[in-house]
Design a protein around this ligand. Structure first.
Ligand code: AMP
Ligand code: MG
Length: 318
């Protein structure tokens, strides 16, 4: 199919170099990852990072995740500990973000970390973004490529839907393999999950061979109400519903579910991974079909189902 968007670029060598030039010049660009698309800029540059916050309309108290190529690149910016080394070995590159203490000699912009002494770091697996990191001399600060509190993008055209022409360059890495944001684990204290994702608490406990806590609260909310509604399609979402109301879109799951014009099945075969991958895409479709609200059937709260329910809970916050 012909690319109808002038700001989406195929991930060939020529365009990877264009992407490199863009971030070197402090511009922000869209990048693919295995979780969701990111809005990326030079993590060492205040100018670049300010543009990310502005374009996303992100509150300045909400720090960004910094993306690195590998272990060797991290040492100057964060203090590595044993738990990190074990989890790195098992899960990286992959869909997991670590909160670590910032190294005193780190060049990461204070704006990235919202002035904190900690940094959120991730080593993404997507081959296009790895190729880009490989040719850069700095890590990339990259939150999800969406307007703050709205749905995360899982394809390059979703990113265009979010920012239109105000984002000039997006690397096309196809559809995201996972489609939900990374698991976030704080390793500066007793290991604590701050955000659930495809790498579950159980898998992490298995590697660390110790109990891992889970923070139910969405991080320290310094400005009341600011970060509660998240992952939102911009219309009301109701969870654990058996049926839709009149004119309501219904997100269902599994083979027993009925069909209908307003029915959107996340996975006919009842596969939670497939459901996770379809969640944002489906909510985007419903929003674009101009439905006024969404009812969602009860989703099993196991494995990645926990991450689906976490996102739905935040999307349904009133
Ligand atoms: P996003 O970039 O929107 O996918 O979300 C990343 C999440 O990581 C945000 O909710 C941040 O609050 C959290 N985060 C990023 N950096 C830090 C940090 N240094 N300490 C604690 N949480 C962080
Ligand atoms: Mg986000």
């Amino acid at each position: 199919m012909k690319n109808i968007y002038s700001n989406i670029y195929k991930p060939n060598l020529f365009n990877l170099n264009k992407a490199k030039k863009n971030v070197e010049n402090n511009n922000v660009i869209g990048i693919p990852t295995e979780t969701v698309y990111g809005l990326a800029g030079n993590a060492y540059s205040n100018e670049s990072v300010k543009k990310i916050f502005k374009l996303k309309k992100r509150p300045s108290i909400n720090p960004l995740i910094v993306h690195f190529k590998d272990f060797n690149d991290l040492k100057n910016d964060v203090i590595l500990n044993d738990s990190f080394k074990k989890l790195y070995k098992k899960f990286c590159p992959g869909p997991i973000t670590f909160i670590l203490t910032k190294n005193k000699r780190s060049k990461i912009s204070k704006i990235v970390t919202a002035g904190k002494k900690t940094v959120a770091i991730r080593i993404p697996e997507h081959k296009t973004t790895r190729k880009l990191l490989n040719i850069l001399k700095f890590p990339l600060a990259a939150p999800s490529a969406n307007i703050s509190s709205q749905l995360s993008p899982t394809s390059a055209s979703d990113v265009v839907e979010e920012f239109g022409n105000s984002l000039k360059f997006i690397l096309d890495g196809g559809k995201c393999k996972i489609g939900l944001e990374s698991t976030i684990i704080d390793l500066t204290t007793t290991p604590t999950i701050l955000r659930t994702g495809s790498i579950s608490l159980k898998k992490i406990e298995h590697v660390l061979k110790k109990k891992v806590k889970e923070r139910k609260k969405i991080f320290k909310i310094k400005a009341p109400g600011q970060l509660k509604l998240h992952y939102s399609p911009g219309i009301p979402v109701e969870m654990n519903m058996k049926y839709p109301k009149k004119n309501q879109a219904f997100i269902c799951f599994g083979k027993k579910s009925k069909n209908g014009k307003n029915y959107f099945n996340l996975s006919k075969k009842g596969d939670l991974k497939e459901a996770a991958n379809n969640l944002y895409k489906t909510m985007r479709k419903i929003k674009n079909k101009k439905f006024k609200s969404i009812a969602v059937v009860k989703i099993p709260n196991t494995e990645i189902g926990c991450a689906i329910n976490d996102r739905l809970k935040k999307a349904s916050f009133k």
